[in-house]
Design a binder for this molecule. Structure first.
Ligand SMILES: [Zn+2]
Length: 268
């Protein structure tokens, strides 16, 4: 049985080189680089390119990319949407420079649009348009693009809406955030995401919460039944990458979460 690789998301508030080094010291297989300011802004990463590549190589890691969640790729303000698409391209180009070949974007939306059917359609159509452009751009540089389900009620967090976008963009992968799916629909919501989008599932974020707020707690500190989720992922033969996206006070909490998840994975 293949076990997925486990990674750690870098904290964009900290020094990127130290963050990568720490990820290796904690025993992770890969580093998920937060390509967002201030510490992970593309210009900071490009300036440190050779050092970043060296610290990844010296520690036997590989890297994937993570963008900030507030990208407004579905904005109904066209100049705003265009601006975010251009920033997305800049991040994809940065990924290529850092030898990252997989990057995520989130299904974010801001304002009241998702509450009104006609506005909701416009946001979703815009998302499809933006993601097509980013996937094609990524393809030209050898960087694959995936979409992560958001958490908040006024964002794009319904399975049907996320599926609507993914179904319409050839080459776009799905990045499941378990904590976000749980807030949206409880355990059934998480299981539905795995069942419906498993053929496109490329990456998973795992963190705990109590079903209301996006707390990003260590595994076992909230109400999510991770044993059931691991069983469902094993059943579909998932063996790609998992990041315990835990925002603990110390980096050790992500490491402890990884150990718990690995234990769940190898049990019968
Ligand atoms: Zn996430």
């Amino acid at each position: 049985m293949a076990i997925p690789k486990f990674g750690r998301l870098t904290n964009p508030m900290e020094n990127i080189l130290e963050e990568i080094d720490l990820t290796a010291k904690l025993g992770f297989d890969f580093v998920e680089i937060g390509i967002e300011g201030p510490g992970g802004d593309p210009k900071v990463l490009i300036r440190n390119k050779n050092k970043i590549l060296r610290v990844i190589r010296d520690n036997n890691l590989f890297a994937i990319g993570h963008t900030s969640w507030w990208f407004e790729l579905g904005s109904t303000y066209e100049s705003v949407r265009r601006g975010w698409v251009e920033e997305g391209k800049r991040i994809i180009m940065t990924s290529k420079e850092l030898e990252i070949n997989l990057i995520n974007f989130h299904t974010h939306s801001i304002g009241l649009f998702m509450d009104i059917p006609s506005a909701r359609k416009e946001v979703l159509d815009n998302y499809v348009k933006s993601m097509k452009e980013l996937v094609d751009y990524g393809k030209s540089l050898g960087v694959k693009v995936m979409l992560e389900n958001a958490a908040e009620r006024r964002e794009i967090c319904d399975l049907a809406d996320v599926k609507h976008i993914i179904d319409r963009v050839r080459g776009l992968g799905f990045h499941l955030d378990v904590g976000h799916a749980y807030i949206q629909g409880g355990m059934k919501g998480v299981m539905d995401y795995i069942r419906v989008l498993s053929p496109k599932l490329w990456h998973v974020h795992m963190h705990d919460n109590h079903g209301y707020e996006d707390e990003h707690l260590p595994i076992g500190s909230g109400k999510i039944q991770f044993g059931k989720i691991v069983s469902a992922l094993k059943k579909i033969g998932y063996d790609k990458t998992i990041t315990p996206e835990v925002f603990g006070k110390t980096p050790g909490s992500a490491q402890r979460s990884m150990k718990k998840l690995k234990k769940l994975w190898v049990r019968k």
